[in-house]
Ligand binder design. Structure first.
Ligand SMILES: [Zn+2]
Length: 341
């Protein structure tokens, strides 16, 4: 029997069916772009975030340069906020864009334009996804990332203000605003799936247990996420930064397929709590291994994660742009060596 395509392997692993795959998948649904790749394909930040040709080249470098078994777009978390009227700081070659001004003063002001996915850089993202599908799509999976509702709320209202509201205002008002943002996420994902994406990644870094209680996660975030899961016909990965251990009892209720965990979450423990309800992905620390480690350190972390039962090997969070190529490649090599016997 020949090797399985990376696309089929990824779809099996991300939906908790890794035993049907020949080995764990290794593609990065969080962020793939590094300075090394930008130099190799001559597509640097910040231009690669705005120019369709450069964006395509840098997205494709994930496979062409690193060997990651799939693609992911976009490279930053600001598309939603930008389309809703926030001003961005475009960053530089080793720094992703960030949100500089907020768009709404109050929850009641929030309005999502009907044609939101035609605004800002949504069309650029979907266009590049379509091109990736045309060039590589029979063999490699494409992940469409959306910035999750809580993180977008932080961008458009200001995170400090929004956090205070989560404690002082009726939870129904908070939930209503998050649901409107979720509707925008769903519209974005539906267009991405129509144009050729295979996998959805919801990156909601701000919804971390550093600032939210497990009860808020259960009572507000889970219903918001459920409303997204019900409307999307593709595997969905949720990423939340930091120590999400206290969310584990509730996260499977979202209806999502995979939970992408940061380094603070013990993979074996997460597997034990989630059982076969949800895949657990991640496992390779971005800072200690990928950015500052060596290929040996990365491989050891990867093998440990696989031994603890990780369903798909990935960096534990967004890849730091200065990550050396040899370290990033070592993660893929580790996955390739771990063929089940
Ligand atoms: Zn993260």
């Amino acid at each position: 029997m020949g090797e399985m395509t990376p696309k089929k392997r990824a779809l099996l692993c991300l939906t908790g069916n890794k035993k049907k795959a020949d080995r764990v998948s290794c593609f990065d649904v969080l962020t793939t772009a590094t300075v090394d790749q930008m130099m190799a394909v001559n597509a640097p930040f910040p231009e690669a975030n705005r120019d369709p040709e450069l964006c395509f080249r840098l997205a494709a470098a994930a496979w062409e340069i690193i060997g990651l078994e799939g693609f992911k777009l976009p490279f930053d978390l600001c598309i939603e906020a930008e389309a809703l009227g926030c001003k961005l700081n475009w960053g530089r070659i080793d720094r992703q864009p960030s949100v500089e001004t907020h768009a709404f003063n109050d929850l009641k002001d929030l309005k999502i334009p009907e044609n939101i996915i035609e605004k800002g850089r949504f069309p650029l993202k979907h266009g590049v996804e379509e091109r990736l599908r045309r060039v590589y799509g029979d063999y490699l999976p494409i992940a469409n990332q959306v910035t999750g509702p809580f993180t977008v709320a932080g961008h458009i209202f200001g995170i400090e203000k929004f956090l205070i509201w989560t404690k002082k205002r009726p939870l129904e008002e908070i939930k209503e605003a998050l649901m409107l943002i979720a509707d925008m996420n769903v519209a974005d994902c539906k267009e991405a799936l129509r144009r050729g994406a295979d996998v959805i990644c919801i990156a909601d870094p701000s919804a971390t247990s550093d600032i939210l209680s497990p009860q808020f996660f259960r009572d507000v975030m889970v219903p918001v996420y459920q409303s997204m899961a019900k409307r999307l016909g593709a595997p969905i990965v949720l990423h939340i930064c930091g120590n999400a251990t206290s969310y584990l009892p509730y996260v499977a209720d979202t209806g999502f397929d995979a939970f992408s965990v940061d380094t603070q979450v013990n993979i074996a423990f997460a597997k034990q709590v989630l059982g076969d309800k949800m895949a657990v992905v991640g496992g390779v620390p971005t800072i200690s291994a990928l950015l500052f480690g060596t290929p040996q350190v990365v491989k050891k972390a990867a093998v440990d994660a696989i031994a603890m039962g990780v369903d798909a090997l990935m960096p534990s969070c967004g890849i730091p742009p200065r990550t050396p190529t040899e370290n990033f490649k070592a993660m893929v090599e580790a996955a390739r060596c771990m063929v089940y016997v």
